[in-house]
Design a protein around this ligand. Sequence first.
Ligand code: ADP
Ligand code: MG
Length: 391
Amino acid sequence: MPKVNVLVSGRSREEVQTAVDMLAGNSLCRVEGRVIANGHVDPLHGLSTLPDLLLLCDIQGYGELQSLADTPADERPAIVVFGPGDDPASIRLAMRAGARDYLTLPLNEQDVNELIDQIAEEQTKSDVRKSGSLHVFINGKGGSGATFLATNVAHGLASNNHKVTLVDLDFQFAGLCRYLDLTPERDLLEAIQAVDEMDEMSAEAFTTKHDSGLRLLSCNTDKLHLNNDIAPEQLISMLQVYQSFNDFVIVDLPRHVDLLSAAVLENADRISIVMQQSFPHLHDTARLLHIMRDELGINRSRLNVVVNRYSKDSAILLKDIENALHVDNLVKIPNHYRLTAESVNAGVPLSEVTRKASVVKGLKDFYQSIGGSNEGDSSSSPRSLHSLFRR
Ligand SMILES: Nc1ncnc2c1ncn2[C@@H]1O[C@H](COP(=O)(O)OP(=O)(O)O)[C@@H](O)[C@H]1O
Ligand SMILES: [Mg+2]
């Protein structure tokens, strides 16, 4: 049964901790607490993907509820508010914010756990089709490091007890396998053609397993495929099969805008656009973002820009990038030419080359922001962020 990812949010550290403690032993959920501070009122501020359930407690004033009421319904998770029972204005606002329930403080352990039971049951019914998140990497300009980051993020997640399939969607050059020193024996196209009869076991048979547990699905470069040979609906159905039994499906998507890539982008839970600090990168990334936001209608909450080979001494600063691209959630990955070249040339993920360099730390922060810190613990610690960020 998929776990309910719960975010407890509120103004009071004590109240948030109380709720987190109440849910810590509930095996149906994963819980994370977050104290709202620094002038923010949006409990979902800065989250790139949403939890299944937001428990809002002790919010003092109506700013948080107003902010949720102003958020489009399809960008809100299920919400339950805990507040004072004698405040009709806050109850009304909670309803406008789409809250499914309003419970009176103080928190009651039984109420909270019953709520999780209900949501877990609903989730099992509605979520059979899809459980893992689809995360796409694409470069804003060739050579930015999209393939390298997709590989190392997927490897980081797999090494931290997540079930991950990495998909190389380059149908003609399929070079990602070399970053992991793997040779795919089966072909991605065979998997697409077999989608109608595919179950977990047959889907896994199309992949090649890395020692870390990561599985790679890729074309076999001996054969030449044209994008026109592939139906977008079949490709999406195939990705959904892999999503149904993985925590993450990570796609390395070449930068062509065509029907196939548009379908993948439209179905992605999160899209990381990788660029570097130069004017040509900025120009091309701005164009790609324009296509995604304005022509494909992709919501900006699903997009994030990764500045790879980041250097603080570059002539192009982060704030220039933020201003030019109208984004505020940049991810920075430090530059380290020698180690990165060593990793790529040996076909060994970077964290297996070294654990010390700042680029490894940058990558770790990145994959933890996607999948949570799950290190050394396969028993799904209730305090970890394990898979919290799932839409
Ligand atoms: N953070 C980094 N520091 C230094 N070099 C990097 C970094 N990330 C990637 N590279 C180098 O950039 C090269 C191109 O990366 P690649 O992932 O193939 O780009 P893309 O898929 O965007 O075309 C890789 O061979 C790698 O050695
Ligand atoms: Mg690439």
